[in-house]
Ligand binder design. Sequence first.
Ligand code: X2W
Length: 286
Amino acid sequence: MKTQSMHRDWIATAQTLSKALPFMQRYEDATVVVKFGGHAMGDDEQMASFARDIVLMRQVGINPVVVHGGGPMINEMLDKLEIKSEFVNGKRVTDAATVKVVEMVLSGLVNKRIVQAISSQGGKAVGLSGKDGNLMFCEQTNPDLGFVGTPTEMNTDVLRKLFEAEIIPVIAPLGMGRDGETFNVNGDTAAGAVAAALEADRLLLLTDVAGVKDAQGEVLTEITPEQIRALTESGVIAGGMIPKTETALNAIEGGVRAVVILDGRAPNACLLELFTEHGAGSLIRP
Ligand code: X2W
């Protein structure tokens, strides 16, 4: 049986699609890098919703790239193995035993969970890490942090080949050293490096806060790099937001057109940002 109220829902859906047309035209062939942090992943339903948004982007002609984190999942495995772990300035101190667990969890469990979620929504995804296709070479960030890497040389050939085949790359943030080491790279840093190397149109940093806030705690919907520097100096931008805004500034300097910091737990966060007038989170651009 069908009712009038169901009909109204369908009309709303049709109107929404119609209104999305100019946005779809604007982003045709655009490259959008999405950082999907461990805190934004949530349960299977949230994962499925994220995957559906990514598949929809691909469907309308965008080249989406997912770069994921997985800090909480690494913590859980380290706990089980009784390996102690600490963070200094948002980066995990990573010894030889820890980097093995990081690679196992990120490249194995987390990466494949996302790839499978995209497949379940009818998309085609290929999982890789910075070690595949010479994608990301790193140098040690700081000897005190052990095997933590800073990306120094990117090779995006493999990603461009995947775009041609309409395949969605899903990237785990690990890099290679020149001496055969494996480096653990902060997920935001890796996403920024991938976005800059691709000169992406958008970098979406999905996290568990609504965006960059001003001194009154209001989310700033649009903000320039200069304003970010001023808010950081005055201490309004602090703590966990600093690696995100730093990533945003580096990405813009590296040639990314705009960066958005947004709450990945909100339903359809990516679609809201890309396909509506309203947008979501904080848009950072020069
Ligand atoms: C991170 C990599 C994962 C990550 C770590 O070991 O936790 C460093 O800290 P989220 O979920 O995005 O925080 N690497 C060097 O960044 O995960």
